[in-house]
Write a protein that binds this ligand. Structure first.
Ligand code: T3D
Length: 263
């Protein structure tokens, strides 16, 4: 499949997806969703990819659903938004979560509506200081989707989640960091180099171990302590047989830097 609304490249263990409709603040269309699904499928099937970087082109990250696709002429039947969620947003969030590698979201500007929640569904979110997060749904009579009602209370607690979702105020990147909504807010001048260093670091990391961390932390949202302890046991049993664990221990004992292969 060729891409028109995203850019996709992959080299040196790093896959990069850039949402690429800058004149519309990279808002989602059906075509962009199809392209994202295709690219994420390629990444999932490529054993050489060790980290995914998701970002946006231009001054924004993503303004959520393209509302130009949602105008309905008087008398026409409403669009089935449930079908849009089922066919597009739900698979997108689940695919990001299911990838057995770290997903970094570099929020290069405003992230609104489903754009904000897709960013929050990624594993490590770094935002440039001039970026902002906006649960725009309440402004048009909708509920936060793309996992927003799941993620927000877990990330910032129910009081802040409720305020963000019901008031639809813009949250600055700095505030998002202070509230624990994202990993880090970085000055605009250092944003590109910080993101690059981060994905380079993750591309050299023990990928299987990171994938297990991702699975375990996500599972903890619904598990008891007992279930998590069992999950940790099983993960360590599996990882204890990995080449990267062997290498990590050997490198530690030899007082040298490890050379992880992701296997
Ligand atoms: O429908 C379904 O399938 C259900 C799923 C829904 C998921 C959702 O995401 S619903 C929420 C949709 N998103 C929004 O409601 C956000 C709408 N956008 C905004 O509120 C603002 O654009 C921002 C706060 C994000 C940024 O404001 P600002 O002032 O920096 O930029 P702007 O001037 O508003 O936008 C720049 C251009 O992008 C502008 O076009 P123009 O005037 O230059 O021709 C604007 O119309 C366009 N744009 C921005 N967001 C969208 C959009 N065009 C279409 N859809 C958008 N979501």
């Amino acid at each position: 499949m060729s891409y028109e609304q995203i850019r996709f490249e992959s080299s040196g263990g790093i896959a990069r997806i850039t949402l690429d409709r800058p004149d519309r603040l990279n808002s989602f269309t059906t075509q962009m969703h199809a392209e994202l699904r295709d690219a994420l499928g390629r990444i999932a099937g490529d054993g050489d990819v060790r980290v995914l970087l998701l970002t946006g082109a231009g001054r924004g990250f993503c303004a959520g659903q393209d509302l130009a696709d949602r105008a309905v002429a008087p008398g026409d039947a409403p669009i089935d938004l449930g079908a849009s969620i089922e066919n597009n947003y739900r698979p997108l969030v689940l695919a990001l979560r299911a990838l057995a590698l770290p997903v970094v979201c570099a929020v290069n500007g405003v992230a609104a509506g489903a754009g904000a929640n897709v960013a929050l569904a990624c594993d490590i979110v770094v935002a440039t200081r001039s970026a902002s997060f906006l649960q725009a749904f309440c402004r048009i009579g909708l509920v936060p989707d793309a996992g927003g009602t799941f993620l927000l209370p877990r990330l910032v607690g129910s009081a802040r989640a409720m305020g963000l979702a019901m008031l639809g105020d813009k949250l600055t990147a700095e505030q998002a960091e202070q509230w624990g909504l994202i990993w880090k807010c970085v000055d605009d001048a250092q944003f590109a180099s910080t993101v690059e260093a981060l994905v380079e670091q993750l591309a050299q990391a023990p990928t299987r171990g990171l994938a297990a961390i991702k699975r375990a932390l996500h599972a903890s949202a619904d598990n008891s302590l007992e279930q998590q302890l069992a999950l940790e046991r099983d993960a360590q049993r599996d990882l204890g047989q990995s080449a990267d664990y062997r290498e990590g221990v050997a490198a530690f004992l030899a007082k040298r830097a490890p050379a992880f292969t992701g296997r």
